[in-house]
Design a protein. Structure first.
Length: 310
């Protein structure tokens, strides 16, 4: 009797597929994601990396190899106060979104998870920004801040300037908008992760006499640390690419000087006066941002991994 040789293949769960049919199935499933990664990540980014070391000739309408051109532009821009103002504003947006997305969202998620008063209503309201189209949401918010709020603050018949048309307030108002738009999704994810906590563990805490605050700190948060760490790591990775919805509100016509590096990248590529000549510098600036954000991301991930092991 001739024994057929079984084809052994280890899949992602460390189990062994023992026939060619399983291997074929896994290969077919991986075709779509691998193709997307090859085209939309490696393909696009590879071209962007090449453009970082090139310059564009508007006369000849061609790209030429010029490694030092964008580097010298970057050095000149680093010496300007406006560049460091963009770095500062990017860090401010990151700190605001991270604080709201972790501390406040965790407390509010716990409130919804415990099914307190109006928890279902709050859950519905927080989900609304995900339902309403982004452009419509921006238009509603602009009308509210430029018309409704000034009318409410009117004094002696004088209508104050709209909050989004005031160069001193627009950045903070839009930052609050960015926090609000992303706050709901994080609350829903956190509350969903809390639903997976074993009831036996919470019952044991109640028997030991834990208060709601102690239950939140000692039982709930440690259980969902992987979910919290994911949001924090993603936030660190997007410090210099987050345009803070500034382009959605103003496009090319930003009314003030407060802007993030992410908005500046949008402006270089999408502004009405931009051309192929700006693409090269935008690619170089994106490459520099990546070189700074990647080590920070790995450092934060390492810290969170050690925190989760405690």
């Amino acid at each position: 009797m001739i024994r057929k040789k079984k084809y052994r293949f280890v899949n992602g769960t460390n189990t062994i597929a023992k026939n060619k049919g399983d291997v074929l199935f896994y290969c077919l499933v991986l075709i779509i994601p691998l193709t997307q990664i090859a085209i939309f990540y490696f393909g696009v980014n590879f071209q962007s990396i090449l453009m970082s070391f090139q310059s564009y000739s508007t006369v000849k309408n061609v790209f030429s190899w010029d490694p030092q051109n964008n580097f010298l532009k970057f050095i000149d821009e680093v010496k300007t106060p406006s560049f460091w103002s963009m770095v500062k504003d990017s860090l401010i947006v990151w700190l605001c979104t991270q604080f709201a997305g972790t501390v406040l969202a965790l407390f509010f998620s716990f409130y919804i998870y415990k099914r307190r008063t109006l928890s279902r209503f709050f859950k519905f309201v927080l989900f609304l920004p995900s339902i309403i189209p982004g452009l419509l949401l921006v238009l509603i918010f602009k009308f509210f801040m430029n018309s409704a709020v000034p009318a409410f603050m009117m004094k002696d018949g004088v209508l104050p300037q709209g909050l989004l048309t005031n160069s001193r307030t627009y950045f903070w108002i839009i930052t609050a908008y960015t926090v609000w738009v992303g706050f709901g999704s994080q609350v829903l994810v956190y509350s969903g992760a809390m639903e997976q906590i074993p009831a036996e563990m919470l019952e044991a805490g109640k028997i030991d006499g834990t208060t709601p605050f102690r239950e939140f700190i000692s039982l709930v948060v440690p259980y969902i640390i992987p979910t919290v760490a994911t949001f924090i790591i993603v936030g660190v990775a997007t410090i210099f690419t987050n345009q803070n919805n500034l382009y959605s509100f103003y496009g090319d016509d930003l009314i003030g000087t407060d802007k993030t590096i992410g908005y500046y990248l949008y402006y270089l590529v999408s502004s009405s006066g931009s051309g192929m000549s700006k693409y090269c510098y935008a690619s170089f600036l994106g490459l520099v941002s990546t070189c700074v954000a990647v080590p920070l991301t790995f450092i934060v991930r390492k810290i969170l991994d050690r925190w989760g092991e405690r």
